[in-house]
Ligand binder design. Structure first.
Ligand code: ADP
Ligand code: MG
Length: 370
């Protein structure tokens, strides 16, 4: 019987997993190098150590019945050591840590990605410079490993941008991909959970608005036609089975020419699924815990339209709870607010998406004024 769950990573996702797991009666041990991490306040115990500390990983292994990760940059050696108790598997981590492996796996599953090429010693940056001289298109260069929230990404609109990247940011020891920048119609995402018994549960599709490549709002239900809704649900089920998923994946999609293109995968609950905390019969965090503990998955039905609004470090005004007390708010107890850092989120619940959006625009404008 599972009594204690270990979480690798103590950020907001670990914290919200821990809340859900505690409500279900489990004990939580979190491994994170920072003693003041958001999960620390919820967990029964923290092992304070780096993610590549083998002794700490063994300690976690010995104290827990099952282990999960809340982010993809956990050390692979550590994940390998924990394998027996890690239902999500180190293989899924390996794939989602590296954009090249991830895109290959998406294609192996018969799904589309944007056109991309790998930049490495054999296919150097210099080659791409020539290509772009001849056929100027917009592109994004992304490091293969380690980026999040638009970090380690460089938008290339002209040869000048290219040269700037070459001079200021390019590191020949790092692998990059260069992908076509596409003018998508919409960005949407779908969170899907699956347990060892192969039961699959898919959450309603979210429409995502990014600002500076960071998620700003998720709108649910997504304002896309029924055919796109259906396609996204089928794609999620297909990918979960293809990956033999145990746990959760979030699939970020571009809607482009009425088709779905997979942008990236996250092997865990996702920011665009935070709306489920207030708007669905089951939250993505409870469902994730159920999936890794091989419990039956619960109903994911949407109870109400919702807009989720992220609160970043620079959104000081929104940190004043007087302004948001009529909405469901979630703060992560992070001690330092930095620009672009996710500090919390608000779930706005109203009878229609339009009403939710009117309120979120009000909050965004209020924030601009201050
Ligand atoms: P991460 O979320 O890991 O930082 P993403 O690849 O999801 O990286 O990029 C962040 C955001 O940048 C996307 O959600 C999207 O808004 C934009 N973006 C990324 N790649 C492309 C692309 N090829 N074309 C258009 N927009 C893109
Ligand atoms: Mg992304």
């Amino acid at each position: 019987m599972i009594q204690t769950i270990g979480i690798l990573g103590g950020g907001q996702l670990g914290r919200m997993m821990a809340f859900a797991a505690k409500a279900m009666g489990y004990k939580i041990i979190v491994l994170d190098p920072n003693l003041n991490c958001p999960t620390n306040k919820i967990a029964d115990k923290q092992i304070v150590a780096n993610y590549n500390n083998i002794d700490a990983a063994k300690e976690l292994y010995n104290c827990c019945d099952v282990i999960t990760y809340e982010f993809e940059n956990v050390d692979l050696n550590v994940a390998n050591i924990l394998e027996v108790k890690l239902p999500q598997t180190s293989r899924l981590l390996e794939i989602t840590q590296n954009r090249i492996l991830e895109k290959q796996e998406i294609k192996n599953g018969g799904l589309k990605t944007v056109h991309y090429e790998i930049v490495n010693n054999a296919n150097t940056l210099e080659n791409f410079k020539h290509k772009y001289f001849q056929n100027p298109t917009q592109a994004i260069i992304k490091s293969a490993i380690g980026g999040y929230d638009g970090k380690s990404q460089f938008k290339i609109k002209s040869i000048k941008d290219f040269e700037k990247f070459e001079q200021e940011s390019y590191d020949e020891n790092i692998q990059y991909i260069i992908e076509d920048f596409i003018e998508f119609e919409k960005e949407i995402s779908v969170v899907v959970c699956r347990n060892k018994n192969k039961q699959v549960a898919i959450f309603p599709i979210a429409e995502n608005i990014h600002k500076n490549q960071i998620l700003q709002q998720s709108i649910v239900p997504a304002r896309v036609n029924n055919a796109i809704h259906e396609k996204a649900i089928q794609l999620a089920e297909h990918l979960a089975n293809h990956l033999n998923l145990i746990g959760t994946i979030a699939i970020e999609l571009f809607v482009y020419n009425d088709e779905l293109i997979v942008n990236e995968l996250a092997p865990r609950p996702h920011n665009s699924g935070h709306y489920t905390l207030n708007a669905c019969l089951t939250s993505q965090f409870e469902q994730h815990i159920r999936a890794i503990c091989n419990l039956p998955l619960r109903d994911t039905s949407l109870v109400s339209p919702c807009v989720m609004l992220n609160i970043l470090g620079e959104d000081n005004y929104l940190l004043n709870t007087d302004n948001i007390k009529e909405f469901a708010y979630h703060f992560y107890e992070k001690e330092v607010a930095r620009v672009g850092r996710k500090m919390g989120h608000i779930n706005i619940i109203k009878n229609s998406v339009e009403e939710c959006l009117t309120l979120s625009s009000k909050l965004i404008n209020l924030n601009k004024l201050n």
